[in-house]
Design a protein around this ligand. Structure first.
Ligand code: MCA
Ligand code: AMP
Length: 498
């Protein structure tokens, strides 16, 4: 059994997960994972890195499904219940998945897709008697693939091994002092590193308690904060802003209770997108905590973090986490001096193994063993000592909305499929709530018309909800340079005047 799963045995009858179905102990979780592994293995001894999609509602069963895939020697490909089937089929086909673990609630939605691909379907509720012998899984074996948008075409599968995941988890346990006394809350989606590694895996690796919500909701999060003795919380800036808005709508008495609840936490961590300093200041006033901002990426896990102890500098993301090296380089790939902005590169045991079956992309993503993040940053002297500040991304075609990375090019491809569209350009508009909002400028075909509602309805079955534009303009022609290339800054300006 892989280390991540096996270590749970040590925590025995301690409570592991609280979810909508009740409380599950570590021993029960471990036994459930062994049942899933047994069902997946059928008559074989080892899945030998077969790709197994996991479509299970966030909760203890989701963990059992992932651990079951790992224990059986498969590569887990977590899918989002919020995605339309078209996103699932893309991941299933690209990963060349042969099996699926699904729960009863989501089974019917994916059944046609699974049947068409002859996937071996395992219900996570399986009651198969678990076998006693499961394969030995080394750290070098592939464990998980997450789909992430990039600057080229459709999302790529980022492959992490048992070893890279273990390194990411160990680094965060060390830096943020996770212990078995912790109790955290999962409100993040489980098809990305933030929810999977930073929250779920870290909590379970130390024997802590994890309360899991199927999805984020501000009022139930506040209610839980008041009733459970949580110790730490991890989320994206949009969630911090949503919680502030819900707090503002409370009665003075509820506000007092809410303030006391968050003041009692030991740690609040923000990441996945830039934390607006105003949001940080409001949380400081409300909770007495300076949110700890950190920086990471699907391909590398977490790289930079403000300190657990010591001064956290607003607008900065701190210094490299244990085991991680970070440098900034110029256009020629030469490291730049502190104070000089450069392209951020990261090296360490948590960095991905590869993009699934995309050798050229994998090669292009590394320079001399350093992973090229595409983010630009600068190492500065601050009141709290040296700290990195992020300055943006090298590509304007990568957007961050609600903490999700989305590719303008991928959305443009989907929009172009609409019969009214001759050409289009997707840009991100700065937005207080979402960080950036997806917006599209469309050049219409002759005589055609298109409203935002029509476009959104067209895209809904095709792409994830957070990729769907929430603003549309239809200029006669898109702004282009002399070579005919669409000028994204000028496209963005079209919305200013709209
Ligand atoms: C949803 N809506 C949006 C967006 N998303 N509108 C504009 N922009 C968006 N991005 C709209 C919906 O269409 C809907 O509108 C309404 O908002 C509510 O939708 P819903 O899906 O219910 O939204 P939500 O559930 O409230 O979502 C907000 C959220 C979510 C909870 C903040 O975006 C979220 O979970 N974000 C976290 C993503 C994350 O974990 N990223 C980590 C990846 P209508 O009602 O009109 O239909 S990055 C990572 O892992 C790296 C390693 C790192 O550094 O962490
Ligand atoms: P993803 O590929 O979805 O894992 O998103 C990774 C990207 O999120 C990074 O390359 C950054 O652009 C962005 N990101 C993560 N954390 C932060 C942060 N604290 N501030 C600004 N951007 C961030």
């Amino acid at each position: 059994m892989p280390h991540l799963v096996h270590s749970a045995i040590a925590f025995g009858d301690r409570p592991a997960i609280h979810d909508a179905t009740g409380t599950v102990t570590y021993a029960a979780l471990h036994a459930h994972a062994a049942r899933v592994a047994t069902a997946l293995l059928c008559d074989t001894d080892d899945l030998h890195e077969a790709r197994v999609a996991v479509l299970v509602t966030p909760g203890a069963a989701w963990v059992a499904a992932m651990w079951g895939v790992w224990a059986a020697g498969g590569i887990a490909v977590p899918l989002s219940p919020q995605h339309p089937p078209a996103e699932w089929t893309y991941a299933l086909d690209d990963a060349d998945a042969t099996a699926l673990v699904v729960d009863a609630a989501l089974h019917d939605a994916i059944a046609p897709v699974a049947q068409a691909r002859a996937l071996h379907v395992t219900m996570v509720e399986t009651t198969d008697a678990p076998r006693t012998r499961l394969p030995l899984i080394g750290a070098e074996r592939r464990a998980m693939m997450l789909y992430t948008s990039g600057t080229t075409g459709r999302p790529k599968g980022v492959v992490h091994t048992h070893g890279t995941l273990a390194a990411q988890i160990a680094s965060l346990i060390d830096a943020w002092a996770w212990t078995a006394a912790d109790h955290t809350l999962l409100v993040l989606p489980l098809h990305h590193v933030h929810g999977i590694v930073n929250v779920t895996c870290c909590a379970l690796a130390v024997g802590a308690q994890l309360t899991m919500h199927a999805r984020f909701d501000a009022s139930s999060t506040w209610a839980l904060l008041q009733t459970r003795r949580l110790t730490c919380l991890h989320a994206v800036p949009t969630i911090w802003a949503r919680l502030l808005a819900a707090y503002d709508a409370m009665s003075p008495d509820e506000q007092r209770q809410s303030r006391a609840a968050v003041a009692a936490l030991r740690l609040i961590v923000s990441g996945s997108a830039a934390l607006p300093v105003l949001v940080l200041e409001r949380w400081r006033a409300l909770s007495g905590h300076t949110l700890l901002e950190r920086y990471g990426m699907t391909e590398i896990g977490m790289a930079l973090s403000n300190p657990l102890h010591g001064m956290r500098v607003p607008g900065h993301v701190g210094m490299p986490l244990p085991g991680v090296e970070v440098r900034a380089v110029d256009d020629d790939g030469h490291p730049v001096a502190p104070g000089v902005p450069g392209a951020l590169e990261v090296r360490g045991p948590g960095v991905m193994r590869e993009y699934w079956r995309r050798d050229a992309d994998t090669r292009a993503a590394f320079r001399d063993g350093w992973f090229r993040t595409g983010d630009v940053g600068v190492l500065e002297d601050t009141a709290g000592g040296k700290s990195w500040r992020l300055l943006g991304r090298q590509s304007t075609d990568i957007l961050k909305t609600g903490g999700y990375k989305v590719s303008a090019l991928e959305i443009e491809d989907a929009v172009r499929e609409h019969e009214a569209v001759a050409e289009c350009a997707v840009v991100g508009l700065p937005d207080e709530q979402w960080g950036e909002r997806v917006a599209v400028a469309v050049e219409l075909r002759a005589q055609a018309s298109l409203t935002l509602d029509e476009l959104r309805a067209f895209l809904k079955p095709r792409i994830a909800p957070y990729k769907i534009p929430s603003a549309l303009v239809t200029p006669e022609s898109l702004p282009r340079n002399a070579m005919g290339k669409v000028l994204k800054p000028a496209v963005r300006a079209l919305f200013g005047s709209a």
